[in-house]
Design a protein around this ligand. Structure first.
Ligand code: CP
Length: 330
């Protein structure tokens, strides 16, 4: 039986409004816009170091992964990161079924209890605002590991780390964001980070019904980040340094909306030739029909960066865990 996770209590929603989660001594990672350019660059450098020389800085510490939605990369890379840093992991990959939420327990109570057992909580949930709620309650760092169609800040950190590794900097890049920009939490979070760097130009390519929402556009305007919206992928491919493909979030829309958007923008063997040498193709993964390339192409074409991107997730999450635990020690 799958139990739908209950919404936060009304009293807790008011409680969140009154509380500033950043005011505590604990560093939580809840939304991409909380991260400064300085902290990002620090994380990138530390991730590079940890790739070469792992440390056991988190020996004796416990990470709990609490996932109310499915995941491959985020959960496993966080867990691998913790293990590589000498720590231990526990948790559930299906908290809806295998935690006491199935008996009606609130997220608030679950977090309060789990914070007493662990040193960091990695939370994936379908309800926007739930990691902020958890952060308000938790005595240990809470990391948002993807929240409905809202945000996925550590994916954005790993995406920007990938740009840093591939291009040496995050300045002056022309980036096409393709696919479901309305419900895709990874590209939404990445836009918040890209707005912190100069010379970024964004080209949004999406089905009419899945365009980027106004909150992100307003943020980009405020940060003087150029963006345009177009509907022809083939025209865009030769012009850009990065093609950031995204999956249509089928699980968040109805059948009619999905049919309208499905197959509109697909990267295939023929339009791949339009992409310039030195450009890269990124994707948060999992990819489905929006990337229609052979395994041979995926293995041999160096422009395909999405598996390198996924691997970067391990090292950047090591750096993230170190950073939030360091904050906690203060
Ligand atoms: N990119 C990403 O969040 O992948 P998972 O859903 O597999 O964690």
């Amino acid at each position: 039986m799958i139990v739908v996770f209950s919404k936060p209590h009304y009293s807790t929603i008011n409680f969140i409004k009154e509380l500033n989660f950043k005011s505590k001594m604990v560093m939580h990672i809840i939304e991409a816009q909380q991260l400064s350019r300085g902290i990002l660059l620090k994380l990138f450098k530390r991730a590079d170091q940890l790739r070469e020389n792992p440390s056991n800085f988190l020996k004796g510490k416990i990470l709990t992964s609490l996932f109310y939605e499915p995941s491959t990369r985020t959960r496993l890379s966080f867990e691998a990161a913790m293990l590589k840093l000498g720590g231990s992991v526990m948790g559930t990959e299906n908290a809806r079924e295998f935690s006491s939420v199935s008996k009606g327990e609130s997220l608030e109570d679950s977090i309060r209890v789990i914070a007493g057992y662990s040193d960091v909580i990695i939370l994936r949930n379908s309800i926007e605002g739930s990691s902020k709620l958890a952060a308000c309650i938790s005595s240990v760092p809470v990391i948002n590991a993807g929240e409905g169609s809202g945000q996925h800040p550590t994916q954005a950190i790993l995406d920007s780390y990938t740009l840093y590794r591939e291009f040496g900097s995050l300045e002056n890049l022309k980036i096409a964001a393709v696919g479901d920009l309305k419900y895709g939490r990874t590209i939404r979070s990445l836009c918040y980070l890209l707005g912190k760097f100069t010379g970024i130009e964004l080209i949004f390519v999406s089905p009419e019904n899945l365009k980027m929402k106004d909150d992100i556009k307003e943020y980009l305007l405020k940060h003087n980040t150029k963006f345009i919206e177009v509907d022809n992928l083939e025209e865009v491919l030769p012009m850009v340094d990065v093609i950031y493909m995204t999956r249509i979030q089928k699980e968040r829309i109805n059948k009619e909306e999905y049919e309208l958007a499905k197959g509109k923008f697909v990267l295939n063997e023929s339009n791949l030739n339009l992409i310039k040498e030195g450009a890269i193709i990124m994707h948060p993964l999992p990819h489905v029909e929006e990337i229609n390339l052979s395994i041979k192409t995926e293995q041999n074409d160096s422009r395909i960066a999405y598996f390198r991107q996924a691997e970067n997730g391990l090292y950047i999450r090591m750096a993230i865990l170190e950073e939030v635990m360091k904050e906690k020690e203060k």
